[in-house]
Design a protein around this ligand. Structure first.
Ligand code: AMP
Ligand code: ZN
Length: 478
């Protein structure tokens, strides 16, 4: 069956054809690790996870990269303001490397809790690819795309006749608009590739800076994605994603950098998720309305209910978060799991219903129309003509795409979704579970993340969720 995706580059739904049959290559712009991810940020990664799950369900292998931005993302898109991780470190009175560690761990925990399939994802950190980024800028330099100002090395966008092609950005209009020409920039859309460290006696000394052919400094934010995508996935890739805010600046800049180096089309399918608003407003710290996954858990709600709620809106529509909507999602998810465990739990040996599979496939292959599949699973549950064992098999098959945890559904999870789940102290855990938690800690210390992940999965199967916190692992029933 044909899979169709909406491509921001052409503004059309297009048939998906991978560059190579062996594996689809996908790059998802990752988090800037200076704070917890908001539920808006998390939508971007559940969306990327849905793309991967649909492709895998359709028989493709997927090679996926999510970068971790730990340098260079400034508070303003106009290459000005503070570096977010440096100011985050100041805010919390700790070192940059510790803030990065804290929020990278928190991000991984959030993904696991949202049942994002993290197996085999490559998570490159920008600071571990400084050499690659410098080499990339050097090539741009040799090809004549750069110029120097007193604060850095800039990309001259006026040399590209098609600059701004993603989302058809009106670069002329911008001259008087959003990206104002400041300082020594030649054009409003020009952007920093390398920024010089503040001069002595100027702003505070940075904690992260490197030597380069142009002087001591740090990479601009956009270059990491071009360099790390090329390093891990090659010169041309299939899919690149991010939120819609990335279209005008960040992704057009990535295209400019990579295509100027390779002379080839960088990405075949650009895909963007719309924004989450909270009670009708944009999510912003200044408005005091940020919601993180931990706030949801603290209210006694399950992270999986956030996933369920995400799936009820198409990724290209704005979605307005309210606590009532999340509670309704949790109730629906509770009913689904309760029904699954109590009615179909023992009914093994069924087959996938062809009738429902055809409908399901048509929805997911139509630019991930997942909201329709949620309605479909309730139709299936109510359908008296489908035997229970077939309902079980069909739901398990659909859940490979939805990721609502039916493969590890059990009475404990049903209890948790009913709001009766409990946090357990490591000391009070059954011996077998405690040993697994200890073994996982040892693996993590040795940076054997494959083993640590395998133990996490084993714990999940036994009904326990594990979260890595600053104070060590925290375990709860799942
Ligand atoms: P950042 O950590 O700011 O680089 O953002 C991480 C990802 O979240 C990016 O793909 C953003 O486009 C996306 N994003 C940011 N805010 C929202 C929001 N309110 N709703 C949906 N996606 C968002
Ligand atoms: Zn990026």
């Amino acid at each position: 069956m044909v899979v169709k995706f909406h491509n921001t580059l052409t503004n059309e739904n297009e048939e998906f054809k991978p560059r190579k049959e062996s594996a689809v290559t996908m790059y998802n712009c990752g988090p800037t690790v200076y704070d917890y991810a908001t539920i808006g940020n998390l939508r971007a990664y559940v969306f990327a996870d849905s793309i991967k799950r649909v492709l895998k369900y359709s028989g493709y292998d997927v090679k996926q990269v999510i970068n971790i931005t730990d340098v260079g993302h400034l508070t303003s898109d106009a290459d000005e303001g503070e570096d977010k991780v440096e100011s985050g470190a100041k805010r919390e009175g700790i070192k940059v490397k510790d803030i990065v560690k804290r929020y990278t761990n928190a991000f991984f925990n959030d993904l696991k809790k949202l049942n994002v399939d993290t197996k085999n994802i490559i998570f490159p950190k920008a600071t571990e690819y400084i050499g690659e980024q410098i080499a990339f800028i050097q090539t741009l330099d040799e090809k004549g795309y750069t110029y120097k100002t007193s604060d850095g090395i800039y990309f001259d966008t006026s040399l590209l006749p098609d600059y701004g092609k993603l989302g058809n950005i009106d670069t002329k209009g911008l001259k008087e608009g959003a990206r104002i020409k400041k300082g020594e920039k030649k054009n409003p859309t020009d952007f920093a590739l390398w920024k010089f460290s503040p001069p002595a006696g100027g702003e505070e000394k940075r904690q992260q800076e490197w030597d380069s052919p142009w002087g001591v400094g740090f990479p601009g934010w956009h270059i990491e994605c071009s360099a790390m995508s090329m390093k891990h996935l090659g010169k041309q890739i299939d899919i690149h994603t991010g939120g819609v805010d990335h279209i005008p600046v960040h992704h057009n800049n990535e295209i400019a950098q990579t295509e100027s180096v390779t002379g080839k089309q960088f990405v075949n399918y650009w895909m963007h998720n719309e924004f989450i608003t909270i009670e009708g407003q944009k999510i912003a710290k200044s408005l005091g309305n940020t919601i993180y996954l931990k706030n949801i858990i603290d209210r006694g709600l399950s992270p999986l209910s956030l996933r369920y709620w995400f799936l009820t809106a198409h990724y290209r529509t704005k979605a307005n978060f309210t606590w009532d909507a999340l509670e309704a999602a949790q109730t629906a998810l509770f009913k689904l799991h309760k029904h699954f465990v109590e009615e179909y739990g023992a009914k093994k040996g069924g087959v996938v219903s062809i009738e429902y599979k055809e409908k399901f496939d048509a929805f997911v292959n139509n630019d991930l129309d997942i909201p329709q599949t949620i309605a479909l699973i309730w139709d299936l549950i109510k359908d008296e003509n489908v035997p229970k064992e077939d309902k079980r098999s069909t739901l398990l098959s659909f859940d490979e795409v939805l990721g609502l945890g039916l493969d590890h559904s059990n009475k404990k999870l049903v209890g948790l979704l009913s709001g009766k789940g409990e946090k357990l102290k490591v000391g009070k855990l059954p011996e077998e579970i405690k040993n697994l938690v200890d073994e996982r800690e040892k693996a993590r210390k040795k940076e054997d993340f494959e083993k640590a992940d395998a133990i996490r999965d084993e714990l999940k199967e036994k009904g326990y969720e594990i979260e890595d916190t600053d104070k060590g692992p925290e375990v709860s029933t799942s």
